[in-house]
Design a protein around this ligand. Structure first.
Ligand code: 5GP
Length: 124
């Protein structure tokens, strides 16, 4: 079944400026902002500006330009927040939840960058 994007989801409202956000980075095709309920000292969400639901939706349907811009934004956030080893940090976790089994709460594709302390093993 093809993806059906709900343009009333909370991140669509953030992109339209209807809900405020704590912006970390904005590029041509991506917006990064602090998570409203941080699970670690650093918890930033990076979203593409286009209407994509999950990672596979984005990676298959977005243009190469959007994908390159988005990937670069994720990497920049990891460095700007100081968690990337390339910026002197101790590392981070990048998470993309998809749909029911993935525990996705907001149906607009996003990557969580989480770090700032030791997160331990992912599946425990
Ligand atoms: P998901 O489970 O969909 O991968 O994660 C959605 C994330 O969005 C959660 O970590 C949640 O705290 C965050 N979130 C939900 N509503 C808002 C909001 O209005 N603003 C911000 N900044 N984050 C939100």
């Amino acid at each position: 079944m093809p993806y059906d994007y709900d343009n009333q989801n909370i991140f669509a409202k953030i992109l339209r400026g209807e809900i405020p956000n704590d912006t970390v980075l904005e590029t041509d095709h991506a917006l990064a902002f602090n998570d409203i309920g941080p699970q670690a000292p650093v918890h930033v969400l990076i979203i593409p500006k286009g209407p994509y639901v999950c990672f596979d939706h984005f990676a298959i349907e977005a243009s190469d330009t959007e994908i390159a811009d988005f990937n670069r934004a994720v990497a920049k956030v990891s460095q700007m927040t100081g968690v990337a080893p390339g910026a002197g940090g101790n590392g981070y976790r990048a998470i993309a939840n998809c749909d029911d089994d993935g525990g996705q709460e907001v149906p607009h594709f996003h990557i969580h960058i989480v770090g700032g302390h030791n997160l331990g093993p992912m599946l425990s």
